[in-house]
Design a protein around this ligand. Structure first.
Ligand code: GUN
Ligand code: ZN
Length: 428
């Protein structure tokens, strides 16, 4: 029966967080097979047990490939797909020189459709099955990505980016139109099929206090939506925020005072945090999103993964396309490892894989649906070839255990390592 499938291989799941406890790898569990039915995981365990569960299932044998939950990219800008890898600017100049002119094009629905589909093709090829995306100020850009994801049966989160100042003519809304357009998009898309809406004020430099207040009011009216924004990415940006909001205690306070701090809040970058900000983020159970390739590419700084994890923050991992330099969560894990090394705290392969799946899913408050392999969870899966290039194959052949082998793919792998992707129980 076509709707019953057993994938056989080295199946990785997590029973807890590899940032808690003595040895990171103890949070991971290895199985022989995963059974899928009607878009969901029907079971995971020994191959003979999965066969007993689904005697008539089609078996797809992946040998010693690694099968895990599809990657979850917790902070992206799909409209920046075509300007990824733009040279030589730091954050504010990069936005003005490259990003804003490109985002201007998304009032054209056909262009938005083209890039949305190209973006989902690229990320799927890299094993990413869920993204949380900023769009542009144009509602058309939101319709485009949700329509593309809905057609593919994909679980995504997205929202209209709101900006009413410090952005060029043609890329500004107002407090009222931002509220009304966002409310209409929530009514059209939120919780439709596998789609979730995120209220999306870009960052406090491009929103007036009145707009931030309107976004806070909208979130209070729709508390089951996520809210995504940027926080403390670059020192120049923080100084600018201080001059724009002289009364605020710190950057986070520019959100907090307008009701934009909460447990369903996602704060991208969060590199240069003050003690009060860390305290409040933790108190609310808000999510911080680490964007390591972006933080090196735009020259922003080094996220304090170990310190923030140790104090109990909720943390996801993201490419931040197109400030980030890759669509690949493997490249993103490698960058997270390298930043850890620069801080003297290298991350274990189990921690990196957890961040790219369960950690990001928990940041999006979707950890009961995606980001892990367990009975009843949605069957979004990635199958990784741990010997995808001659360079990786020779290193993996020399590995003493799975973690050493998979670490070579994390550090040197790309879309060639992605042997197969399953979305909602369907092979892509
Ligand atoms: N801060 C505000 N907007 C952006 C953006 O598009 N990319 C990044 N990296 N930071 C931002
Ligand atoms: Zn961003």
């Amino acid at each position: 029966m076509a709707s019953q499938i057993i994938l056989r291989g080295q199946v990785l799941s997590f029973g807890g967080s590899p940032f808690e406890g003595e040895a990171p790898q103890e949070a991971a569990q290895l199985h022989e097979a995963v059974a899928v039915q009607d878009g969901l995981v029907a079971g995971v365990g020994a191959f003979k047990d999965m066969q007993a569960l689904q005697p008539a299932a089609q078996v797809v044998d992946h040998g010693d490939h690694l099968i895990m939950a599809g990657f979850v990219d917790a902070h992206v800008h799909y409209p920046q797909t075509a300007i990824i890898a733009s040279w030589g600017k730091r954050l504010i100049d990069w936005l003005n020189a490259y990003t804003f002119p490109e985002e201007m094009r998304f009032g054209d629905r056909s262009y938005a459709d083209e890039v949305a589909n190209r973006y989902l093709d690229l990320t799927t090829a890299n094993g990413t099955t869920t993204v949380c995306s900023f769009c542009t100020i144009h509602p058309e850009s939101v319709d485009a990505i949700f329509t593309a994801a809905q057609t593919r049966g994909q679980r995504i989160v997205a929202g209209k980016t709101c900006m009413d100042r410090n952005a060029p003519e043609g890329l500004r809304d107002t407090p009222q139109t931002a509220y009304d357009d966002s409310a209409a998009l929530i009514a059209r898309w939120h919780r439709v099929d596998r789609l979730d809406y995120a209220i999306t004020p870009r960052f406090s430099p491009t929103s007036s206090p009145e707009q931030l207040e309107a976004m806070g009011a909208l979130w209070a009216k729709h508390p089951d939506c996520l809210m995504q924004t940027h926080l403390s990415e670059q020192l120049d940006e923080i100084a600018w925020v201080r001059s724009l909001f002289p009364q605020a205690r710190d950057y986070l306070d520019t959100y907090e005072q307008f009701g934009l701090l909460g447990a369903r809040g996602l704060y991208g970058h969060a590199i240069h945090l003050e003690e009060r900000e860390r305290h409040r983020l933790r108190e609310y159970g808000a999510a911080l999103v680490h964007c390591p390739t972006s933080n090196t590419f735009i020259g922003s700084g080094m996220f304090d993964m170990q310190g923030l994890m140790a104090e109990g923050q909720r943390i996801g991992l993201a490419t931040d396309t197109g400030g980030g330099s890759s669509f690949s969560m493997l490249r993103t894990m490698a960058a997270a490892y390298e930043i850890g090394q620069l801080r003297g705290t290298p991350l274990h392969a189990a921690q990196l894989l957890w961040l790219a799946s369960q950690g990001s899913a928990a940041a999006l408050r979707l950890e009961d649906k995606i980001g892990n392999i367990a009975k009843g969870m949605e069957a979004d899966l990635v199958v990784l070839d741990l010997a995808s290039t001659p360079a990786i194959a020779q290193r993996a052949a020399n590995a003493k255990d799975l973690w050493e082998a998979v670490f070579a793919t994390i550090m040197m792998g790309d879309d060639r390592a992605v042997a197969e992707v399953w979305i909602g129980g369907m092979r892509v």
